[in-house]
Design a protein around this ligand. Structure first.
Ligand SMILES: Cc1cc2nc3c(=O)[nH]c(=O)nc-3n(C[C@H](O)[C@H](O)[C@H](O)COP(=O)(O)OP(=O)(O)OC[C@H]3O[C@@H](n4cnc5c(N)ncnc54)[C@H](O)[C@@H]3O)c2cc1C
Length: 568
């Protein structure tokens, strides 16, 4: 079974017992805590101290976060394990997921940095307090990192004083290691250094949000810093900042997948047992379609995430394809989750408001996911640069196998300069699309061809249109994203042995999405008459097969009724 079911946690093909152990213990922690206590803590805004305590006792973040050469002798960093852990914590609640997510964000600049002693110090700190923090954002500047105002003021004795404030910093109430992004006073030189929230010169001003998490505003009042606290300076500090986000935004997609998977079980169980007008809710035709589409979209999220994991792990100086799949994981997967929630809520209606279930909090919390680590716009702006090479200039690559082994993901900690994005090449997407012959994939291929024609008709003007009109860029980029999304899903379906019925049904959904997105481009004010004409050719109907629909509904969707219920 592809979807996460913590009660039937199968062998995920881990290369060692420790990997499996941390996942099983985490599931056990949440199931022992139970739904009621989890909800009580959510509503009382109780910070996730119990989770922090558990993670510390079981040394879980050490196993997950540290690259080879730090921590235990057999330590390695694996995006595969990170994926699975992120999915599990998302499944049980965003508060736990967020504590984990910002802890890894906080630690990574140190391990990307140049200060070897600081790395060993960070291991010790992590063992004592697993909550780390990432101090990048500032109140007045948001996504505009160039305008960072936090500063290090050089002192006559060669040390520094840190002065300034940061805003929206997770774990900022308790972290013993917070990496802070700043500039050296009087220069434009960037710097990354670490501070401890327990230091007297650190003021935790307030929690900016009303939630279980602590998303802090903090101030540094002439906080003393020496070279021993600095992880990187200059362009390297800038690159470490962006490369940290590159590693960690992957968690957004896996966390979102966990969240909607739990919501899906709750909704299905409720609908299957609710009888109105003499019928179970699951028998209504529109509900069947909503459950079908919800299930398929989650399958897509999961398949994409697993395959994108392989490309993250296989990344190298010569293979930077992860820089396309990673923003898609962050943006597209999270937004797919929102679409699933919309459908599930349409089915369960009033039940979706009830305070005693997971759904009511999940539906609110998931909405934040596409907005973290760069908005949809910012990620799409990145992706759009890759469009010409993806469609018209492929390169040969060795096929990447499933990467769930014990190798360290070396390259993620040596990503180097964050330049030359537009030069990245990809393997030919036709390889995947031509490897299967299914009715809806055939239609989808015709749509891709029509999209390529749209790009050709647009010519050089397309680049200018997208540069001048972000709204247009978003619409055009949505289809590019869908093509790459579908490609990795086909690759993944083979590895995970998804049957043809489900794969074809999944592309039935994507054909409809494609048509919707084409209509969206067509309606944009920037679209020329020639482009509008080209858009109509992308609009196609999927191939419907009633027998196939009923088969998948019975064998794969409704067979999940009562398969997972969280302990009370
Ligand atoms: C719950 C929560 C937790 C967070 N945790 C952390 C944390 O632990 N550490 C941390 O450092 N930060 C954290 N953040 C901050 C988060 O990363 C910010 O949302 C981010 O810095 C963007 O800033 P902003 O939301 O103020 O958007 P703004 O910068 O105000 O952007 C507003 C709009 O402008 C658009 N825009 C911005 N730049 C561009 C561009 N170059 N091109 C086109 N459009 C653009 C955006 O898409 C957006 O629609 C957190 C935020 C929240 C809400």
């Amino acid at each position: 079974m592809l979807l996460l079911n913590p009660k039937k946690y199968q062998d995920r093909g881990y290369p060692d017992a420790r990997s499996k152990e941390i996942m099983l213990k985490t599931i056990e922690f949440f199931e022992n805590k139970g739904m009621q206590k989890m909800k009580d803590d959510t509503f009382s805004f109780e910070f996730t101290w119990d989770f922090a305590e558990f993670v510390k006792k079981e040394r879980i973040f050490e196993t997950l976060f540290l690259p080879k050469g730090y921590g235990d002798p057999d330590q390695y960093y694996s995006t595969y394990r990170m994926y699975e852990f992120s999915e599990i914590t998302g499944f049980y609640g965003t508060a736990y997921w967020y504590m984990y997510h910002v802890a890894t964000l906080g630690l990574d600049p140190v391990f990307l940095g140049d200060n070897e002693e600081l790395k060993h110090r960070a291991v010790k700190t992590l063992r004592e307090n697993p909550c780390c923090g990432f101090g990048l954002s500032e109140k007045e500047h948001g996504a505009d990192i160039y305008s960072t105002e936090m500063k290090l003021y050089p002192q006559p004795d060669g040390t520094y004083l840190a002065r300034g404030s940061k805003y929206y910093i997770g774990n900022g109430n308790t972290a013993s290691l917070i990496t802070v992004f700043a500039k050296i006073d009087g220069t434009d030189e960037y710097v990354f250094f670490v501070v401890d929230s327990n230091h007297e010169k650190y003021e935790c001003v307030k929690n900016i949000i009303m939630a279980q998490n602590y998303v802090a505003e903090f101030k540094l009042h002439d906080y003393p810093i020496t070279d021993a606290d600095i992880s990187a300076r200059g362009p390297k500090a800038w690159d470490d900042m962006l490369n940290t986000i590159n590693i960690c935004k992957f968690n957004i997609g896996s966390g979102a997948t966990g969240i909607v998977t739990h919501s899906f079980y709750e909704s299905l169980n409720h609908a299957a047992h609710r009888n109105v007008y003499g019928k179970f809710v699951t028998e209504f035709p529109h509900v069947k379609r909503l459950f079908m589409d919800s299930y398929l979209r989650i399958v897509g999220m999961k398949l994409f995430g697993l395959r994108a994991t392989d490309y993250m792990r296989a990344a190298s100086a010569q293979d930077k394809r992860y820089l396309l799949y990673n923003p898609i994981m962050k943006m597209k997967v999270a937004i797919q989750g929102e679409e699933v929630h919309e459908m599930l809520w349409d089915i369960i209606a009033a039940k979706g408001f009830e305070k005693d279930n997971y759904f009511s909090q999940a539906v609110v919390e998931l909405r934040g996911f596409p907005k973290l680590e760069g908005t949809r716009h910012v990620n799409m702006a990145l992706i759009a640069k890759l469009l010409p090479n993806y469609f018209f200039n492929p390169a040969p690559y060795q096929e990447i196998p499933k990467m769930n082994g014990a190798q360290n993901d070396d390259f993620l900690f040596q990503q180097g300069r964050t330049r030359g994005y537009g030069k990245i090449q990809f393997h030919d997407f036709n390889i995947a699309y031509n490897s299967v012959d299914l009715p809806n994939i055939r239609v989808f291929k015709e749509q891709i061809k029509a999209y390529q024609d749209f790009i050709m008709i647009s010519g050089m003007e397309l680049g200018e249109q997208m540069k001048n009109d972000f709204d247009f860029l978003l619409a055009v980029g949505e289809i590019f994203t869908l093509v790459a999304y579908g490609q990795l899903i086909i690759e993944s379906a083979k590895i995970e042995k998804l049957d043809d019925d489900q794969l074809d049904m999944l592309f039935n959904v994507f054909v409809r999405d494609f048509s919707r997105y084409a209509l969206d481009i067509q309606g944009k004010s920037a679209a020329t008459p020639a482009q509008q004409e080209a858009c109509y050719k992308m609009i196609k109907a999927p191939v419907h097969d009633e027998e196939k629909f009923e088969r998948v509904l019975k064998n794969n969707v409704y067979s999940l009724v009562d398969e997972y219920i969280m302990n009370p």
